[in-house]
Design a protein around this ligand. Structure first.
Ligand code: ATR
Length: 273
């Protein structure tokens, strides 16, 4: 039995054990996957202890993703660009290697599961924190027309736009100063979906083809999703698919096998109640 875990704080509501158990079932793999609440000042110790005691691989969630990327000996391009990792593994030489599968998970859910076209799209990314940083690179690799990063604190968006500017047409600015254009894809990467706070967004951002995605998920639509539906967005989705797809990317790296995600997304939704 190979041992895996997800480290976070809080971790009680993590769906990762359920997701990975469902993947393992598909292949008949024998896997143990635990959700572990790690003390805020004990992340590095916990990681080293986990691998020293024979652990095969880790997922990392809030608030440890930056630390995960910092402590790694080797970084993938995705985790280097994001400055954050949600995936750690030991390589054959015993070095800790970090990767970030969040952006790939988001892109896969939008393109494959939802059928949205990213190539040539005008994308608006709301937020400039860790969540936005984690997905900007993979979004740009899909060759959109442009990416506008909008944030309450404008200078953070401008900073992010500058960092990712080498990958395409990227601009950044104030969230309330973007009324004058419409977007094909609008992604909420602010933490308002978790806190239930409302973003104030101009309906003129949307056109009849706009697709809106909230990176968080829960039993009820978020305020952003309700806003999108009220203003007749073409399609609205939450982050349950992203969650399962980023897990599938982890699973693929660990086992070399790509699980079927659709039935697992349904199971996650059932578990949300
Ligand atoms: P995460 O890791 O989830 O990205 P974070 O790094 O703390 O968390 O970033 C939170 C993001 O949500 C930021 O972009 C934040 O905007 P600021 O940079 O201006 O703080 C955004 N955010 C949080 N609450 C918000 C609110 N009520 N309205 C608009 N943006 C909000």
């Amino acid at each position: 039995t190979r041992k895996f875990a997800v480290f976070g704080n809080p971790i009680k509501h993590s769906k990762s054990p359920l997701i990975h158990a469902a993947f393992a079932e598909q292949f008949g793999h024998s896997l143990e996957y635990r959700a572990v609440r790690v003390e805020l000042d004990g992340f590095e110790r916990a990681v080293r202890g986990f691998f020293a005691s024979g652990g095969s691989g880790l997922n990392v969630t809030v608030p440890f993703k930056t630390q995960a990327s910092d402590l790694a000996d080797i970084q993938s391009e995705h985790s280097r660009l994001a400055g954050a990792a949600n995936f750690l593994v030991l390589d054959e030489q015993g070095r800790i290697a970090a990767d970030n599968t969040d952006g790939l998970g988001l892109v896969r859910d939008m393109v494959v599961n939802q059928g949205w076209l990213l190539q040539g799209a005008r994308i608006l990314l709301l937020g400039a924190g860790g969540a936005a940083r984690g997905v900007a690179g993979p979004l740009l690799q899909e060759r959109p027309h442009s990416l506008f990063i909008a944030n309450r604190t404008a200078h953070k968006a401008a900073q992010l736009a500058q960092e990712f500017g080498g990958l395409g047409d990227v601009r950044g600015g104030d969230i309330s100063g973007i009324e004058e254009r419409t977007f094909d894809i609008v992604i909420n990467a602010t933490s308002t979906g978790l806190s239930g706070e409302t973003l104030s967004l101009a309906p003129a951002l949307l056109n009849e083809r706009s697709c809106c995605y909230d990176m968080v998920y829960g039993p009820e639509p978020t305020p952003f999703m309700r806003w999108a539906a009220q203003h007749a967005a073409w399609a609205v989705a939450d982050g349950a698919g992203m969650l399962v797809e980023q897990a599938a990317e982890s699973y693929f790296r660990w086992y070399g096998a790509r699980p079927e995600t659709a039935p697992v997304i349904r199971r996650v939704r059932d578990a949300l109640g």
